[in-house]
Design a protein around this ligand. Sequence first.
Ligand code: PMV
Length: 324
Amino acid sequence: MIKETAPSNIALIKYMGKEADNIPSNPSLSYSLPHLLTSVQISKIEASEDQWRALESEYAIELSEKGKARYLKFFKKLKDQFGLKSSYLIESANNFPSDAGLASSASSFAALTKATYSLAKAELSTADFQALGFTGEFVTDREKLSALSRTGSGSSCRSLFDKWSEWQTDFAVEENFAYANLLHLAIIAEEDKKEVSSSDAHIKVKSSLLMEGRTARANKRLADLKNALNEKSWEAAFEICWAEFWDMHALFETSEPSFGYMTSDSLMVLNECRTYWKANQDGPLVTMDAGPNVHLLFRDDQRSCYEDFVKIFENKFKIWGSES
Ligand code: PMV
């Protein structure tokens, strides 16, 4: 049996808008989150088709029929890529609650890509494996795997990397900044399933007049954020991330027809963040995905700030963090 895991990731420069095969309209930059991890195990079965089931665990994954079909279709694509002919059972689990609005396709698709790579490595001869262009060393092969994973779920291509990762077009690459280790806290403003999936959001934003200039804005913020992270300009990094997630949410709200994820609770959390920054001249990086939850990233010397935010929100909302 083959077992692999992959983390989720949180983007600070956002992937929003895509072409065929999940080629993004603009580059993105993310930080991987190992406390939001998917584990996948694959075993051979005597059956005519591949199967998926949730691994028994504290946090069992629930997949809709559509979600299961998408996952198995991607597995079939991976099998074809590696020339794997048998049928397999895929079992997966998360190390975080699946009903909290934190589940993303990033960790599950990246973990499936990694597990299928390991399966192929075990089943193929070294010569056959190398003929496919793989060395067998994960770190050497992971940009190729990132490109494969991208075709299943765009943001999953950044989940092949342990920390920072930048994605321009086909695949993501590892990045290193002066801030090597960050703490993460998610404030769960709403747990319900989203009405518009991120896959649909990528299509819908094309109707927004604000799409004009979006690629240039994302490119500019990417360059500025990389500078800020290299030069340890935390406050500048905060301002760039704040502007960037509002830019993405403005695309949602100005699409035709418009849609959105921001709730009064999201706005309340954002307001608390701004108040904290004003009072302390310091605070976390703040971002939101295509959903109502707010993600906070702290430097590793900001543990007491992290605790402050836990205290502010723990009695009002569910929270899920790297330090709890
Ligand atoms: O990979 P998808 O199709 O779920 O898109 C994810 C898009 C955002 O989470 C909103 C932004 C990002 O870069 O992860």
